[in-house]
Design a protein. Structure first.
Length: 322
């Protein structure tokens, strides 16, 4: 009888320990987390990345209004705003920070080396001094890069404008990520024995004039994933229709708003990928320093059929590069 009583006690204790363990496991996600978000400017690609991020977090167990809240800050492309907003988010001690686009990520990283930071829509995290390497960041920063195969995008543009003699490139020279892509595009075009004309704009107010000027002298235009030009994608699209200029852009959202085609990133999917990474960090399962920065898992061909028709191009003739 005594032995039976001991066994019963042990079983009760084991059950209690098991329930306690389960309770501790669940409590981590039951505790309200705060995610500070800094976005450089509002435009479809970056907005999509943020929406995707929230979806990824939700899939990872963190639902807005339930166990996570967001402190969202938009700098409106203003460097002074970036600094003050970064200071605010760090001072309020968020559990995790999200930097959307290179300037936002750099601004947050300049303010804290302690709070985990995840990034998205950053072209070259190593060149931006956010990480020591993509495989092993070695800092409090990890996330996703939006670097795309520029050579494939140029190949796509040249397949559309088969007899191109001169191709234009437009970007904001003040955006480090844009310059990296523009330089790679120029290199790919020269390798294909095509002349290149490059024009830059520092603000969205200059984009229409730059686009109109460049379109007169080239057979097609390439635009990287540039925040300034993405913000003015609709304006670029109107100029393209008037001048009958095919434009290949860096992202899906740029094309949907005002370009002809891309072989590139769906920023919502990239954001979701980042959100899933963030959930593991909030769980305590991963640390930024040892979590590899990921590239987009899926690239896709996107054709703006309305733009193709406006330019007199058969949408079906535009195919993904091999």
């Amino acid at each position: 009888m005594k032995k039976k009583k001991i066994m019963t006690t042990l079983l009760v204790m084991s059950a209690a320990l098991l329930l306690a363990a389960c309770g501790n496991k669940e409590s981590k996600k039951d505790t309200q987390k705060t995610v500070g978000v800094l976005q450089i400017v509002q435009h479809p690609s970056l907005d999509a990345a943020y929406e995707g991020f929230k979806e990824g977090l939700k899939e990872g167990g963190y639902t807005e209004g339930k166990n996570v809240k967001f402190d969202y800050q938009n700098a409106q492309n203003n460097q002074d705003n970036l600094k003050s907003m970064s200071e605010k988010l760090v001072k309020e001690k968020a559990d995790l920070l999200l930097g959307i686009a290179t300037p936002s990520a750099q601004s947050l990283a300049n303010e804290t080396q302690d709070i985990p930071i995840v990034i998205t829509a950053v072209t070259d995290p190593v060149a931006a001094k956010l990480a020591k390497s993509l495989k092993k960041p070695g800092t409090n920063v990890t996330g996703t890069t939006d670097m795309v195969p520029i050579d494939k995008q140029i190949e796509l543009l040249l397949s559309i404008v088969k007899d191109a003699k001169t191709i234009g490139i437009m970007y904001n020279s003040g955006e480090a990520n844009s310059k990296i892509q523009a330089d790679l595009a120029e290199k790919a075009l020269k390798k294909a024995n095509v002349k290149v004309k490059v024009l830059t704009a520092n603000t969205t107010n200059d984009v229409q004039q730059v686009t109109t000027s460049l379109a007169k002298d080239v057979d097609g235009i390439y635009i990287p994933t540039d925040n300034t030009f993405a913000s003015a994608a609709a304006v670029i699209g109107e100029v393209a229709k008037q001048t009958k200029t095919p434009i290949v852009a860096g992202s899906v959202e740029q094309v949907e708003t005002g370009g002809l085609a891309t072989y590139g990133i769906d920023y919502k999917e990239l954001g979701k990928q980042t959100g899933l990474m963030a959930a593991k960090i909030l769980d305590g399962k991963e640390k930024p320093a040892t979590t590899a920065i990921e590239s987009a898992k899926n690239l896709k061909l996107v054709v703006n059929e309305d733009m193709a028709k406006a330019l007199g191009i058969d949408p079906a003739s535009i195919v993904a590069p091999k």
